[in-house]
Design a protein around this ligand. Structure first.
Ligand code: WTA
Length: 668
């Protein structure tokens, strides 16, 4: 977050004094019913974490072989529940087969409405059906040469097959890496190269606002890409499995590409769940960091499953009869933990929606809530702010009385959006859980428990069981209440990342060297007098645009890969809707003319290099970038310029920043 945004945010949050206590009726039925109960459990969990986690792991997970030790900790490397063996898909599916819920809906899927106005398709998969589909597809993976430990890229739209593919990987011990459908061919290729994946699972296309996103074509393009030395980026790929979704025309390469539906004809629906080591890699998920190269965050089997299972139940107060809807895409960690693994491990009913919130009209979400009687809604502040802007008439058209709990994730929620969510969507009766966590943490870390914690608009409140966060200064010492600092986590926890794929050094550097002995989150924070944590936003060079993490260095390296660009600096500026907007300052190579067309070309270039999610909001040409004497780009100054000075229209005149640089150089 830019300094300007951060400080206005802090000011408004400092003034926030409203407190919302859980309603008696809600608390009476909740998994955790009072602050006293929460405090007792939390204190026990951090005082004696081994005992706490042992008890939870034994009670919650189905083990094929019991673990012998709770935690082996050699900072910064953790091994949880060593000696144990278990399978994630068996914990999400098989365990429910002989129970009373085997015929209950595991996934309810709503497709995007067709362009001709026809309502979206609808599919329901019971636990029994999902188990069968996962087993069959796991056999398809084996048939196509996949073995334990192999990496598989999943590049699918929001269809049930995305969850089926993920669970099928876990069934046979393959490691999935889901790539969000809004990423480009280049991003797919980079992830294939970094993970050494053997297979891509994709679809012919995916629907987005009535158009078809050509996923298979993007994969074809990715498989042709080379690095600067002419080496193929994707030579490890042996097979591509293609799901038919949009029936758009695609090219199938003989011997490499196979159709999902055809493959199913060759396999049985019985596939034993592989006995996996507690610490066996489960998935890699790439996320932006402060260098140009995305980090492959590695999660492993037992700890991740335990973290997502427990938080799903306690934070969302999940019950068997709930219809729970998390609106994230499975391409992000929220989709992994809170559409697929956490809910299914609890035997819950999770809803999955393929399309956009405003297609064909801005009431799409509210229509779905009424249609299925959704009881729990988990979404992002950026979506909430968009709904506010579109107007109250859209939710008011629908009966939202089935809702009993609301959740928020991805970025700080401003009190105004919180209040709107509370009043207009929650009808004033639903608790809001503002959940703070990260791709790296695997599961929710700081959050209210809805039957216990009094909430205040704008804060994620208090830590979950077993989690010990702290706000510290430059020296790593705890700061007094109400002062800002860095947010760290003092103790290891089961669902923590186990590393960055193939790069232990970067793992140590990024997370364990900033504050000695603690995990550094990259976020700024303050604690109020009640100990509530108020997240201020990122303090590294990562931006949070519409709840998506985008590394400025990544966008910069995409920009300088364009032949006309000499140098680039990318910063964030506050944005009413998206939280932050991306602003690029670009100097051009000699002789290249600064034109509006070139601005557009650069935006598209970034779209091609990284994906449409990273397309900047603004490209500004400059004569030179302001630098310190030692040659460092003065980002602080650029942030001020980006948020302060209005650009009038699409002016393409070169900005002379050197003067400002000279003026400011004293303070840098
Ligand atoms: C931000 C998403 C404030 C934060 C689950 C974090 C939040 C980054 C919140 C992780 C929240 C997430 N309040 N900020 N409730 N939740 N963030 O990896 O900056 O996509 O470090 O994980 O989002 O983003 P990621």
């Amino acid at each position: 977050m830019s300094k300007a945004a951060a400080s206005t945010n802090i000011e408004s949050l400092l003034k926030e004094t409203r407190v919302f206590k859980p309603a008696k009726e809600f608390a009476a039925e909740a998994h955790v019913r009072s602050m006293a109960q929460y405090k007792k459990l939390w204190t026990e969990s951090v005082k004696n974490p081994d005992k706490f986690w042992k008890k939870q792991a034994e009670a919650e997970l189905v083990w094929q072989k019991p673990f012998t030790r709770v935690l082996q900790w050699k900072e910064p490397f953790a091994k949880w529940f060593t000696g144990g063996r278990l399978n994630v898909s068996a914990n999400c599916l098989d365990r429910w087969l002989d129970s009373g819920i085997s015929n209950k809906a595991a996934l309810i899927w709503e497709g995007e409405p067709a362009t001709d106005g026809k309502p979206g398709e609808e599919r329901v998969l019971t636990y029994k059906q999902l188990h069968r589909e996962v087993s069959r597809f796991a056999n398809v993976l084996k048939r196509n040469g996949i073995q334990k430990g192999d990496r598989i890229i999943i590049y699918l739209p929001m269809v049930p097959e995305a969850a089926i593919a993920m669970l099928a990987c876990t069934r046979i011990g393959a490691v999935h890496s889901v790539v969000f459908g809004g990423f480009s061919a280049q991003s797919v290729a980079d992830r294939i190269q970094d993970s050494g994946a053997k297979m891509v699972i994709t679809a012919d296309g995916g629907y987005r606002r009535g158009a078809v996103v050509p996923l298979k074509k993007n994969v074809d393009d990715a498989l042709k890409l080379h690095d600067a030395a002419g080496q193929s980026l994707t030579k490890t790929i042996e097979k591509v499995i293609v799901l038919r979704r949009c029936a758009n025309e695609v090219h199938m390469a003989e011997g490499r590409d196979v159709w999902w539906h055809r493959e199913l004809d060759y396999v049985s629906d019985i596939c034993a769940a592989e006995k996996m080591d507690s610490e066996a890699p489960l998935f890699i998920l790439y996320t932006s960091g402060s260098t140009g190269k995305p980090k492959g965050i590695l999660h492993t089997t037992a700890g991740y499953l335990l973290g997502t299972k427990l938080t799903s139940r306690y934070v969302f107060d999940l019950k068997l009869e709930d219809v729970y809807w998390c609106t994230a895409d499975v391409g992000w960690v929220t989709g992994h933990s809170y559409i697929v693994y956490g809910p299914l491990a609890n035997g819950a009913t999770a809803l999955m929606y393929e399309g956009a919130p405003n297609w064909p009209e801005p009431d799409r979400f509210w229509r779905i809530i009424q249609k299925y009687g959704v009881t729990i809604l988990y979404t992002a502040p950026t979506a909430i702010r968009a709904f506010m802007k579109w107007g109250d008439e859209w939710p008011k058209k629908h009966d939202l009385s089935s809702l009993r709990l609301l959740g928020s994730v991805g970025e700080p929620i401003n009190p105004e959006a919180w209040m709107w969510y509370h009043t207009v969507i929650g009808g004033g009766r639903c608790p809001i859980v503002d959940t703070w966590w990260q791709t790296e943490t695997g599961s929710i870390m700081i959050t209210p428990l809805p039957g216990a914690t009094p909430t205040k608009p704008g804060t994620a409140t208090l830590p979950f069981f077993g989690i010990l966060p702290e706000v510290v200064d430059e020296q790593g010492k705890a700061v007094p209440k109400n002062s800002g600092g860095k947010l760290v986590v003092r103790k290891p926890w089961p669902s923590m990342l186990r590393g960055i794929w193939g790069d232990n050094e970067r793992y140590k550097q990024t997370y364990w060297s900033e504050v000695k002995g603690s995990y550094f989150t990259g976020d700024g924070c303050r604690q109020d007098k009640d100990g509530y944590f108020w997240i201020v936003g990122r303090i590294d060079d990562v931006l949070n645009v519409a709840g998506h993490r985008i590394g400025t260095a990544e966008v910069e390296s995409a920009l300088v890969s364009h032949p006309n660009v000499a140098e680039a600096a990318v910063v964030g500026r506050p944005d009413e809707l998206k939280g932050q907007a991306l602003v690029c300052f670009v100097t051009l190579k000699t002789g290249v003319k600064a034109t509006p067309e070139l601005k557009n070309e650069l935006r598209n270039h970034i779209g091609k290099e990284i994906g449409p999610v990273a397309k900047p909001d603004e490209v500004r040409f400059a004569e030179a970038l302001p630098k310190t004497r030692s040659g460092k780009i003065m980002r602080r100054l650029l942030k001020q310029i980006a948020s302060g000075l209005e650009v009038k229209g699409d002016t393409t005149t070169l900005e002379d920043l050197s003067v400002i640089a000279k003026l400011a150089s004293g303070e840098e």
